[in-house]
Design a protein around this ligand. Structure first.
Ligand SMILES: [Zn+2]
Ligand SMILES: [Zn+2]
Length: 419
């Protein structure tokens, strides 16, 4: 029987509910994280909140103290689940190295010319008008999109990789960073809330039958324990919230901050404080590029679908774009066509429409001989002109770039046709 993608997954992830939820390999630490949240809240409800129920007579507002604590805890646990149980932005692995990047380097060995295959390990792409280097990942066999990094714990390339969080047991990346931030900042607020309510209860005790602090604490030691616990926790989660506010404001990832701090290099992703915040909180989260429940199929070479490409060419510029997968497929189809037809001809057709100016900086080694004209043309140029064609905005570029190695050259990614 055909296996599903999650059953043959090469990363170190843990799947539950038959591939519906994906965790990192250290997902067990979630139990510790959950108990660090739930246990203090239960102590708070039983030993503090319960006694505050009737302290605010006019409106029975004491009930609100408990309701807020419980509702806020559920909210935080849901954020934790969303952060750790979903695809953080894993770049699908390719099944073979990017053949379209090979260049035939003829070297003379023993008096004979022997062609040897090689492809550049680093490429440059333009982001906001500046050149950014992207590296080839040997494990995933793809060129990593800008800001993508390979998580050694999960063994996956993750887009806009921030860090691998051991508390959450998952990579923090493009698709879960927002929820991670809300989780951390909400935890900070919960700490402040529990601390404040515990202090309030001590004050109530002092105002009534226990005139000194020590007597009040003796009456409710749980309040003191909670206040100490929240005070210590606040240093961690509060500090983390502040740090991530700074990172969001300057449009950096934790990885970039640690890696490039010493370099003092300018940050090409910085769009200004407000736009950086809008990018993190107000942009649509990209759909996952992995369908973990799809059936794995054998790689079958597909004939180039020219009719499909014609359709694309007929589409009015700026028309509604289909799903990301479609873009990927188009990238693949167009590439195949571009290999069948005269490279220059295709380039001419498409080059003029490269409206966003995204194309890679070409290296000498990428020059190959055109089979028709015998003139050297650049494969990268052809490929990237199809990129410019299929990707109208910046967002799509990493997709196409990464999968141009996997989605092309007669092969299809494992899960694509399985849907
Ligand atoms: Zn990788
Ligand atoms: Zn990871």
């Amino acid at each position: 029987m055909a296996k599903r993608v999650y059953q043959v997954w090469k990363g170190n992830n843990v799947f539950i509910f038959r591939g519906r939820l994906i965790f990192g390999p250290d997902a067990r630490s979630l139990f510790i994280t959950i108990s660090l949240i739930v246990v203090p809240v239960v102590i708070f409800c039983v030993f503090v909140g319960r006694h505050l129920l009737h302290k605010f007579h006019p409106y029975n507002a004491g009930y609100a103290v408990l309701v807020v604590a419980i509702a806020f805890t559920i909210h935080i646990l849901l954020l934790l689940l969303v952060t750790s149980a979903r695809d953080p932005g894993i770049v699908p692995r390719a099944s073979h190295p990017p053949e379209e990047e090979f260049s035939y380097d003829t070297s003379e060995v023993g008096g004979r010319h022997t062609p040897s295959l090689q492809f550049p390990r680093i490429k440059e792409v333009m982001v906001h008008g500046k050149a950014v280097k992207v590296k080839y990942c040997d494990t995933c066999m793809v060129y990593r999109p800008p800001r993508c990094s390979h998580c050694s714990i999960c063994n996956n390339c993750v887009e806009r990789f921030d860090h691998h969080c051991p508390w959450v047991g998952q990579c923090i990346g493009q698709r879960n960073y927002r929820y991670f931030f809300f989780f951390v900042s909400s935890s900070t607020l919960l700490c402040i809330y529990v601390f404040a309510m515990s202090a309030l209860y001590i004050k109530f005790l002092m105002d009534n039958d226990y005139p000194t602090v020590w007597k009040a604490i003796k009456k409710s030691p749980a309040s003191l324990i909670l206040m100490i616990y929240c005070f210590i926790s606040l240093w961690f989660v509060g500090g983390l919230t502040g740090f991530h506010l700074y990172l969001i404001g300057t449009n950096q990832t934790t990885y970039e901050n640690f890696r490039y701090r010493a370099d003092n290099r300018s940050n090409v992703y910085n769009l200004g404080c407000l736009n950086n915040f809008l990018e993190v909180f107000c942009t649509k989260i990209k759909p996952s590029r992995n369908n973990f429940r799809a059936y794995v199929q054998e790689e079958v070479a597909r004939p180039p679908t020219i009719s499909r490409a014609r359709e694309v060419e007929d589409e009015p510029a700026g028309g509604p774009r289909a799903k990301v997968e479609d873009d990927l497929e188009l990238g693949g189809d167009l590439l195949k066509i571009s290999q069948r037809r005269n490279y220059e001809e295709v380039d001419e057709e498409m080059g003029g429409r490269n409206s966003n100016g995204i194309h890679s900086v070409l290296s000498e080694s990428e020059l190959v001989i055109d089979p028709d004209t015998q003139a050297p043309v650049s494969r990268s140029e052809v490929r990237d002109s199809s990129l410019g064609r299929t990707s109208r905005n910046w967002d799509i570029l990493p997709d196409v770039m990464a999968t141009s190695s996997s989605a092309t050259e007669g092969g299809v990614p494992l899960q694509k046709d399985a849907r």
